[in-house]
Design a binder for this molecule. Structure first.
Ligand code: NAD
Ligand code: AHE
Ligand code: ZN
Ligand code: ZN
Length: 357
């Protein structure tokens, strides 16, 4: 099939919030520098629900959502040398070209090479989509880049495409949590639970999990449900910790919780990391005094990990049982059941649902 248009099944989001429809999609051959990947397993991340829900300012329809997956290279375009057909890969939405000023800076994982195209649902070289249905273009979502990795179970390591690295990296790379720290985590979905795991390995002395769903109390050393308290949640945490936490992480995407997460930090040094993605039009606010008195507000994308160089390292750590992945998979369904998988995300009790294609 090298160089040819192929037809594949995909779940197409025709409009925001309308059930996805499994369609036969024509996929154009990979152009120079591109790779066509047969996706075998894909999980759902909250960001898919956010874009599908019409809350993403970059959301374009019709599109094919999904960005936490694993598959096999089907064919490659001209000049591609780092992977070949048959390689097992995790497509990464954060690229790593190694050459742009972001890649060279050493201070960030945000590569600039293809971001302009991935934000508008097309490929970089010709600003066109490779997907179509009967000639009508279907947009891409969040782009892809790839790395090669044999032998890892693809039905599990698809989670290394987003949620698990995001949580671990938020602690290890972005906050750089030190042993003995007090950590608060708002939102205990897969991302928040991976933050808790990262904090545990970093030697945090207390890990306080905060969620409105008490069933999510899995990894933390202490659990707080804001619904059980009359006081604002930041005050509850300040009281629990003799003045505030050393590090907090917002893993929900709610701007008022982002404020609480900053304000529960200790005066003089507390750092709050925004991980959650907030809806289009939402803005954060706090009294500047919170920053004047030494609190630090930061954010992270993909946990600061550089995709091509570091995702294979995470796969190795998973194979050596040094990081968790299987534990976050609460449901497995097929691609045809994708709308049920979106419903599950909102019902609680669901962390990651992996779909086989
Ligand atoms: P999820 O839906 O599985 O988890 C969110 C959790 O927050 C749930 O357990 C829910 O009960 C809880 N919650 C909701 N409202 C709350 C409130 N007011 N107070 C306390 N808890 C509350 O989501 P996820 O897949 O773990 O993703 C978490 C967030 O991180 C999302 O916003 C997602 O878009 C974002 N995300 C960001 C990155 C990044 O690179 N920055 C990567 C992955 C996901
Ligand atoms: N399209 C959104 C941006 C959403 C966003 O911040 N995405 C995160 C990844 S979420 C993964 O589940 C991210 O990596 N951002 C950095 C980037 O380059 O997109 C919007 O608000 O416009
Ligand atoms: Zn994601
Ligand atoms: Zn780059």
């Amino acid at each position: 099939t090298q160089g040819q248009v192929i037809t594949c099944k995909a779940a197409v989001a025709w409009e925001p919030n309308k059930p996805l429809v499994i369609e036969d999609v024509q996929v154009a051959p990979p152009q120079a520098g591109e790779v066509r990947v047969k996706i075998l397993y894909t999980a759902l991340c909250h960001t898919d629900a956010y874009t599908w829900g019409g809350k993403d300012p970059e959301g374009l329809f019709p599109c094919i959502l999904g960005h936490e997956a694993a598959g096999i290279v089907e064919s490659v375009g001209e000049g591609v040398t780092i992977v070949q057909p048959g390689d097992h890969v995790i497509p990464c939405y954060q690229a790593e070209c190694g050459e742009c000023k972001f890649c060279k800076s050493g201070k960030t994982n945000l590569c600039g090479k293809v971001r302009a195209a991935t934000g508008v649902g097309v490929m970089m070289s010709d600003r066109k989509s490779r997907f179509s249905i009967n000639g009508k273009p279907i947009y891409h979502f969040m782009g892809t880049s790839t790395f090669s990795q044999p032998k890892a179970p693809l039905e599990k390591v698809c989670l290394l495409g987003c949620g698990v690295p995001t949580g671990l990296g938020a602690v290890w790379n972005t906050a750089k949590v030190e042993a003995g720290s007090i950590v608060a985590i708002f939102g205990l979905g897969t991302v928040g639970l991976a933050v808790a795991e990262g904090a545990k390995t970093a030697g945090a002395s207390r890990i306080i999990g905060i969620d409105i769903d008490s069933k999510k109390n899995l990894e933390s050393t202490e659990f707080v449900n804001p619904k059980d308290h009359e006081k604002p949640i930041q005050q509850v945490l300040v009281d629990l910790t003799d003045g505030g936490v050393d590090y907090s992480f917002e893993c929900i995407g709610n701007v008022s919780v982002m404020r609480a997460a900053l304000e529960c930090c200790h005066k003089g040094w507390g750092t709050s990391v925004i991980v959650g993605v907030a809806a289009s039009g939402q803005e954060i606010s706090t009294r500047p005094f919170q920053l004047v008195t030494g609190r630090v507000w930061k954010g992270t994308a993909f946990g600061g990990f550089k995709s091509r160089s570091q995702v294979p390292w995470l796969v190795e750590k998973y194979l050596k049982k040094e990081i968790k992945v299987d534990e976050y998979i609460t449901h497995t369904l097929t691609l045809g059941e994708i709308n049920k998988a979106f419903d599950l995300m909102h019902e609680g009790g669901c962390l990651r649902c992996v779909l086989s294609t």
